[in-house]
Write a protein that binds this ligand. Structure first.
Ligand code: LUZ
Ligand code: MOS
Length: 750
């Protein structure tokens, strides 16, 4: 089945926030943000700006009737700065005017002065000064201290990864207006409708039932709208509530890039110990997470780094500690992979370092240490249905890995100016929100009298085609045509207390809730059919829009059945609730069973490096991916392809740069380079591992959003190999992104 939005997307008819027809008299907002990264506001005067014709009002923290606080996990983030500012781009005031043009004009008349404080952008410096957002955490298995003496080889190193701009095509924005009874309706480009609702209620000091959030779809999010859509929705709501007028903000790209947080850069130290036969006996790492100026989702992201710090390997003795460091950057936030890519990059770097020192291929170490059935993860969960070995075996055979490695060697002996490199990147990604209570969802299903169906779930459509999957779930339970099914907007008055659509779990959680609702309705319809046919319900089945009795097709078709049920006063509406079973986690022990299941896969990446210029091409990414029993191969493959390219971008070309004063220098698309069609791999092959899939995945079709991003890490190591082939003096290091400039420096390192 094609994405149900594909036609309206390509014809430009799909409605995003900025396409919603606004009410007459809608006002626009512009944000006055800090121009310094750390300081005290010593003078602030906006009286001139207020006098401009068309300016309706300027809001500061003093106008907030409730709490000036939008911190989701830890309450450490104000909506508007009070006396101090902590990053460049931090909102101080909100100008509301008759047009965005006027609002922006007013910004230039606002007078502000700061007493500037010391700016910290380096997480290690922050940690040394005791600037932590919250206490560090450590995950342990076995005993590393005892293990080192048993190791034949021990290697150490340092790893750096950069951040990543989300660059969703649709920027952050929100539109709010008063409705009846002193309530507000807010359209928000958010992954987390309930979170937005809760924070607006908090800043306005209103009960949540007075705040209605509606989301049609997002033009991309990638984690950037899990938490950080909230501030903008709060701002328009504050203005709309106080002025009792409709208010809208849609950020321009420049403001979006400078005001919002990104993927967390990490700086890490590792130590790895191996036995003579190359089993990894011990792994110890300390990671410094660059959290930015407020906690945002950093505690949860730290947790996922810890959960994935051994990637797809079993290591009997591990000890990994993460510090979340407070720096003067915009609060860093969720980004596809949610801390896991950063953790995986460190263990892969440790393996690459060991292999380089031992003068062998890292693949030899990788394959010897793959996770096996019933191995224990460092967080206590016992690995079940482990598919990493299978993916690797298929990959090795089908893609002829040995031959490929040989061919690369041959190419490198024959060529001087061009070198090739090849790498293997395994993945193992846990599915479920690491915070157990978030793993719940609801769905509301109406069957209308004519047999058509309207469905509301908590899932947010952001281009990943979750709505298409919802249609498939309902159609499969009822055995009816997909055209009968419509997915409504995500709205907090229809589906309440939603978890954000995140953690790759949108389809699993909402799909299961929907399935439960549909199964209940189906039961009622079967009873109705049995009543019409005067038989036992167990004899009835609904198949291909018809009622079957003892496998015999009857005259009763779908519409007839629904009409009869309605006239018989059967309830044709149902609400389904789903909570993932089995999972739990005990934070006091840092042990539990946090994930419903894991997604596995391998990617073989080959690159060709131009050793004169430092430029390169990714020739192939050859993947074996564990989709479970994919319910939609077109959509799932699209997710893998997109994730691979996004991962390669993070590892090789997307470079965020800040100056010493904490200003984002790479603040536009001319200075921040994301992969385009020319830099995408020339060839991406995907083989689906054949399995029946886990019961806890929706229709046994595994979550697919985030895991394949980490295949992109392979590009880093393939490039590193190619550099080494050209310059044997290159002392391998682990500093991502490996941009062409950095590659060039390493090619001629002596
Ligand atoms: N968001 C979240 C996530 O709140 N918890 C998670 O575990 C998670 N994992 C991946 C992406 N977003
Ligand atoms: Mo996400 S990183 O699943 O919002």
């Amino acid at each position: 089945m094609k994405n149900i939005d594909s036609i309206s997307h390509v014809t430009g008819k799909s409605v995003y926030l900025d396409d919603i027809p606004v009410q007459k008299g809608t006002l626009n907002g512009a944000i006055f943000a800090s121009s310094v990264a750390h300081g005290k506001i010593s003078h602030l005067d906006y009286s001139k700006a207020e006098k401009i014709s068309g300016v309706e009002r300027i809001f500061s923290y003093k106008d907030i009737p409730g709490k000036n606080q939008i911190g989701g996990i830890i309450e450490d983030e104000t909506l508007f700065a009070e006396n101090e500012v902590h990053y460049q781009g931090q909102p101080i005031l909100l100008v509301i005017a008759k047009s965005e043009y006027i609002a922006r004009k007013a910004l230039s008349l606002i007078e502000v002065k700061f007493d500037e404080y010391e700016v910290i952008t380096d997480p290690r410096v922050a940690q040394e000064k005791g600037q932590l957002l919250f206490p560090p955490r450590t995950f342990k298995l076995g005993n590393t201290d005892d293990a080192w003496s048993k190791c034949e080889y021990i290697f150490e190193g340092k790893v750096e990864n950069g951040g990543q701009e989300h660059l969703y095509i649709e920027t952050q924005g929100s539109y709010a207006y008063p409705i009846d009874n002193g309530s507000l309706r807010i359209h928000s480009s958010t992954q987390g409708a309930t979170l937005v609702q809760k924070m607006i209620a908090r800043i306005l000091d209103l009960p949540m039932h007075r705040i209605e959030i509606d989301v049609a779809r997002l033009g991309g999010a990638f984690g950037g709208k899990e938490d950080q859509a909230t501030a903008f929705a709060c701002m328009v709501s504050l203005a709309a509530f106080i002025l009792q007028k409709p208010v809208k903000i849609a950020l321009n790209r420049h403001d979006d890039m400078r005001m919002t947080g990104k993927r967390h850069p990490y700086s890490s130290d590792f130590r790895i110990g191996l036995s003579k036969d190359l089993k990894i006996l011990a792994f110890k790492a300390t990671m410094y997470q660059n959290g930015g100026a407020a906690s945002d989702l950093s505690p949860a992201i730290m947790e996922r780094t810890l959960f994935h710090s051994t990637n797809a390997y079993f290591i009997p003795n591990t000890e990994v500690t993460v510090y979340s460091c407070k720096t003067n950057l915009p609060p860093n936030t969720a980004f596809r992979g949610f801390g896991a890519p950063q953790g995986m990059f460190v263990i892969e770097s440790a393996i690459a370092k060991a292999a380089c020192q031992l003068n062998i291929s890292p693949i030899i170490i990788q394959e010897k240490n793959f996770l096996k059935e019933k191995d224990e993860f460092q967080f206590g969960q016992i690995a079940e249905n482990v598919n990493i070995g299978k993916c690797y075996e298929i990959s090795k055979k089908t893609y002829n890995l040995d031959l490929l490695e040989k061919q690369v060697k041959e190419f490198n002996t024959k060529n001087i100016d061009f070198k090739k490199g090849v790498s293997l990147m395994p993945i193992c990604f846990g599915i479920s929100f690491t915070k157990t209570p978030m793993n719940q969802a609801r769905a509301l299903v109406h069957i209308y009298q004519d047999g058509s169906i309207g469905i509301s779930t908590g899932a947010i459509e952001m281009g990943q085609a979750v709505n298409t999957k919802m249609v498939q779930v309902a159609a499969s339970v009822f055995s009816i045509n997909t055209e009968r099914i419509k997915i409504e907007s995500t709205n907090t008055t229809r589906v309440a207390n939603t978890s954000p659509t995140a953690a790759s779990s949108g389809a699993d959680l909402n799909g299961n809730a929907l399935r439960i609702a549909c199964i209940t309705l189906l039961g009622r319809l079967i009873d109705t059919a049995a009543k019409i046919l005067n038989c036992n319900s167990s004899e009835i089945e609904i198949k291909d829009e018809h009622v079957f009795r003892n496998n015999q097709k009857t005259e009763i078709y779908w519409e007839k059945l629904i009409e009869t049920a309605f006239l018989d006063r059967v309830c044709l509406t149902e609400n389904g609730h789903y909570a993932t079973p089995i999972i739990y986690f005990d934070k006091t022990k840092e042990k539990g069973h946090p994930f419903a299941y894991h997604v596995y896969g391998t990617a073989i990446t080959s690159v060709t490096l131009d050793c004169i210029r430092g430029t390169y091409e990714v020739d192939d990414v050859k993947i074996v991916h564990d989709f479970g029993n994919s319910m939609n191969t077109i959509i799932d493959r699209g997710q893998v392809e997109g994730a691979v390219v996004q991962g390669i971008g993070w590892m090789t070309m997307e470079e965020l740069s800040y100056d010493k004063a904490g200003k984002l220098m790479s603040n536009s698309l001319s200075t921040y380079k994301v992969p385009d069609i020319y830099s995408a791999p020339k060839n991406i092959e995907i083989i689906a591992l054949e399995t029946k899939g886990p019961e806890l995945a929706i229709l046994r079709s595994k979550a697919v959003g985030e895991p394949p991003l980490m295949y992109g890490i392979g590009a880093f190591f393939a490039l590193q190999k190619a550099i080494k082939a050209f310059n044997p003096k290159y002392k391998i290091d682990f500093e991502a992104p490996l941009t062409p400039e950095k590659v060039l420096m390493r090619l001629y390192q002596c």
